[in-house]
Design a protein around this ligand. Structure first.
Ligand SMILES: [Zn+2]
Length: 292
């Protein structure tokens, strides 16, 4: 039986937002059982729980908010929390965007480990896939299948670019997340950078926080962290975005060319298909135990 978890101590880091270019300081704090991940913008004194219902935008990053305020680029921080099984966490920040740091989840993973992970006195519910659920649009496909564990398969196909076709299948665990996923950096194409900047995006983007792909290949002088770093980062994004369902998913999630919008739409479709899932809680803990 897996108990809920939070962190033992508070921890602080800061950096620049990749899209806004604004600096922000983030303070991670312990939170009570059943809190989930809660963002608090201290400069606006406004709070929002990380949940798919709080997504306001999915272009180039995942943005949470409401009519009063927004928090951009939450996905890499959410991935770190979900990847390490930190269910309950307060995230204070003093700006409109979570810092991009090195473009991966490594700094947040280190911060959470430094803070110490604490078990709490309550079982963590899981969402179990009972029947296949498929989300599909012109660009992407996300499928959830029943599976006795937490498996994720990701396929990307950037025809005619340095990325090409990459596929990764993983059994999600804290260890596999830290070793295979967390260090993978975000990426973009040099040909898109100018239009992104002209549209007020990627203001804080640089070779220090993103892999940039030009016509001749990778521009970063230090190269790649993994040969297939791109599909690994897409999986990192998916771990973060799919955590917005509010609990770990027991099943096999297969993502093809999906981005933040497809991830969010998949969750909405899943939640509107009550016959396709059940919530595993304490009464069913023997089964959860067998899976961990
Ligand atoms: Zn990302």
């Amino acid at each position: 039986m897996r108990l809920q978890r939070t962190i033992r101590n508070e921890v602080i880091f800061s950096g620049v937002g990749v899209h806004s270019g604004r600096r922000a300081t983030v303070r991670l704090l312990p939170a009570a059982p059943d809190s989930g991940v809660v963002f608090h913008r201290v400069d606006k004194n406004m709070t929002i729980r990380a949940h798919v219902s709080a997504i306001t935008e999915t272009a180039f990053c995942t943005t949470l908010g409401n009519e009063h305020f927004r928090i951009r680029t939450v996905e890499h921080l959410l991935a770190a929390a979900a990847g390490l099984g930190v269910d309950n966490l307060t995230v204070e920040l003093d700006g409109p965007e979570v810092p991009i740091l090195d473009g991966s989840s490594l700094t947040v993973v280190s911060a959470l480990l430094d803070a110490g992970i604490a078990r709490q006195g309550k079982v963590m519910p899981h969402l179990r896939i009972l029947q296949p659920v498929t989300y599909e649009d012109a660009h992407a496909r996300v499928v959830a299948l029943p599976y006795e564990g937490r498996r994720m398969t990701y396929r990307i196909d950037f025809n005619g670019s340095a990325l090409g076709r990459q596929e990764l299948r993983l059994e999600l665990s804290e260890r596999s997340f830290m070793e295979e996923i967390a260090p993978a950096r975000t990426f973009g194409f040099l040909k898109d950078v100018e239009s992104l900047k002209a549209n007020g995006l990627a203001q804080g983007g640089s070779l220090a926080n993103a892999i940039v792909i030009g016509d001749e290949g990778i521009l970063n002088p230090t190269g790649l962290r993994y040969r297939d770093e791109f599909v690994r980062h897409k999986m990192l994004d998916a771990v973060g975005d799919l955590s917005l369902v509010g609990m770990p998913i027991l099943g096999h999630i297969i993502l093809e060319k999906a981005g933040h919008r497809a991830n969010a739409n998949f969750l909405l479709q899943l939640l509107s298909s009550p016959e396709a899932y059940s919530i595993v809680t304490e009464a069913d803990h023997a089964r959860v135990d067998a899976l961990r």
